[in-house]
Design a binder for this molecule. Structure first.
Ligand code: GDP
Ligand code: MG
Length: 169
């Protein structure tokens, strides 16, 4: 059976949970001691939505500044760019704005940008209101999700909804 290749990239500050989201979706696992990503990691997963087969090619990048110059290699040609922040850390939200500006300037003009607030299981530690971040996403024409790689809340939806939504355009 044929399938459509679909390239996705994860960007955002270190420790916001990029690798954890990818591993949760691809392997159904979560590690509280997830190892930091060196350079970038690649994972693939086949999914079927409404009888259409997709082969998701997921690039998980390292957030560290010293790897920043490598990022364009991964977001170039991507259909979807997930820019992840941690809802307990306003700094990571500010950092995500930088990634969004860079993607708009240097990314593929057709790239769909998805802003992702992760770690929503940390209810007591939340520092960023959902409405505040969503309104930033709306103003900038981005899709918006909140997720928890730990509990898996909204993780499948993140991948499946964006694949279905954006594969048509
Ligand atoms: P990355 O640097 O963005 O790839 O972040 P990692 O996936 O390596 O995660 C950094 C740390 O945050 C690890 O200790 C993870 O276990 C933890 N983490 C990731 N996602 C979540 C989440 O949704 N909730 C909680 N509580 N911790 C998370
Ligand atoms: Mg990582």
């Amino acid at each position: 059976m044929s399938s459509t290749n679909y390239k996705m990239v994860f960007l955002g500050e270190t420790a916001v949970g990029k690798s954890s989201l990818v591993i949760r979706f691809v392997k159904g696992e979560f590690s509280p001691t997830q190892e930091p990503t060196v350079g970038a990691a690649f994972l693939a997963k086949k999914i079927t939505i409404k009888n259409i087969n997709y082969k998701l090619q997921i690039w998980d990048t390292a957030g560290q500044e010293r790897y920043h110059s490598l990022a364009p290699m991964y977001y170039r040609g991507a259909h979807v760019a997930f820019v992840v922040y941690d809802i307990t850390s306003p700094d990571t939200f500010e950092n995500s704005k930088k990634w969004i500006k860079e993607l708009k300037k240097l990314g593929d003009p057709n790239v769909h940008i998805v802003l992702v607030g992760n770690k929503i299981d940390l209810v007591q530690e939340r520092m960023l209101k959902k409405e505040f971040c969503k309104s930033y996403a709306d103003k900038n024409g981005l899709a918006f999700f909140e997720t928890s790689a730990k509990t898996s809340e909204n993780v499948d939806q993140l991948f499946l909804t964006t694949t279905e939504l954006f594969s048509k355009t």
